[in-house]
Design a protein around this ligand. Structure first.
Ligand code: ADP
Length: 326
């Protein structure tokens, strides 16, 4: 761990429940290991503008149960330019920060990777996104909480769908990944999930209707992953109205409520383990890696792999959903 005295932490991109637990874990493990810690506000924007505060253990008291991120998050166009990254580097020098822990999704880790290679700067990433779309880790921080939120919402919609005998399309987040939609569908006993991973292979809607997915049911719920590839719930509902007018169709877009709320125990534990592992990784001179979890073991995933590869959906889950929704 050559020459690291002070570790900076930031959260960037889309917020996810459990980010606070991760901030707490990084801060406390770093202080435990004898490092100084600095919190950088508003993601890369705070690096560019120098919005930085030293964190003591008390700065992260009483936050493990809070959704969102106490460090705030932002999207920062400037960091995508060499000039912006130069400013960020100058801030780090001025603040005496020798290493960074970046908590965020695909975009944030892409920025981290570029910056780390330009300035030969030690950075460890934590996968913070409800979408679960980072390769090399079984789960990302925030995914389990979002999945549970979706489950609670869909259970409520089921009550009204059944009473009115309606077909509901419920749009969930996921950004080109179907994990929330597919596992949400299994968890709620939904009739189907329309996900981007399959959209290019088959016309999932036509297949559903042809299979008579509503034959034995008095309501139907289909979870749709928000994505240009699936077209989203509104587009699918319009299609049903035109092509299958016998169905009484409704749409619910769950939207940002999927991002909020107190993190589940699973997310708090995952974030705590990953946060502590980020400090271990720096101690071991690791850099340019994302902390992942595979088969309940912490792993280091090179940024290049985590970002570049598409994480495949487990086909067994699709099969299970099909078999259980007859
Ligand atoms: P997420 O991390 O949730 O995927 P974004 O894609 O919005 O969120 O990325 C968050 C931030 O990461 C961006 O606002 C930008 O500052 C930085 N970032 C994303 N892509 C790049 C890139 N190619 N080069 C430099 N910085 C980037």
């Amino acid at each position: 761990m050559a020459g690291i005295n002070c570790i900076g932490i930031l959260t960037s991109g889309g917020d996810a429940p459990g980010m606070n637990a991760a901030i707490r874990a990084v801060t406390r493990s770093a202080i435990f290991g004898g490092f100084k810690v600095k919190g950088i506000y508003r993601g890369y924007r705070g690096l560019v503008t120098g919005e930085i505060v030293e964190f003591k253990t008390q700065n992260v008291s009483n936050i493990i149960q809070m959704g969102g991120t106490i460090l705030k998050t932002a999207r920062c166009k400037e960091f995508q330019t060499p000039e912006g990254r130069q400013l960020a580097y100058e801030t780090l020098k001025k603040e005496g920060i020798d290493a960074l822990v970046v908590i965020g999704g695909d975009g944030s880790l892409t920025g981290a990777r570029i910056f780390a290679s330009e300035y030969n700067f030690p950075i460890v990433g934590l996968p913070g996104t409800i979408d679960n779309d980072l390769f090399g880790t079984d789960k990302t921080i925030g995914y389990d909480t979002a999945l549970n939120t979706i489950m609670e919402c869909v259970d409520k919609i089921r009550d009204t769908a059944t009473s009115h005998e309606r077909l509901f399309f419920i749009e969930v987040m996921g950004r080109d990944a179907g994990f929330l939609a597919l596992n949400g569908a299994i968890a709620t006993g939904a009739e189907a999930a329309i996900i981007p991973e399959i959209s290019t292979e088959v016309d999932q809607l036509a297949e559903l209707i042809q299979n008579g997915f509503r034959k034995s049911k008095n309501s139907s719920i289909v979870l749709v992953a928000e994505s240009p590839v699936t077209g989203g719930a509104m587009t699918l509902a319009e299609r049903v109205k035109n092509e299958y007018p016998q169905y009484d169709v409704r749409v619910t877009i769950l939207g940002h409520l999927q991002r909020g709320g107190s993190p589940t125990a699973t997310d708090r534990i995952l974030a705590s383990r990953m946060g502590a592992a980020a400090v271990d990784a720096l101690l071991e001179d690791q850099r340019n890696v994302m902390i992942g979890i595979r088969n309940d073991e912490i792993v280091y995933v090179p940024f290049s792999k985590a970002i570049k590869n598409d994480k495949p959906i487990n086909r067994e889950l699709l099969n299970t959903l099909r078999r259980l929704s007859i």
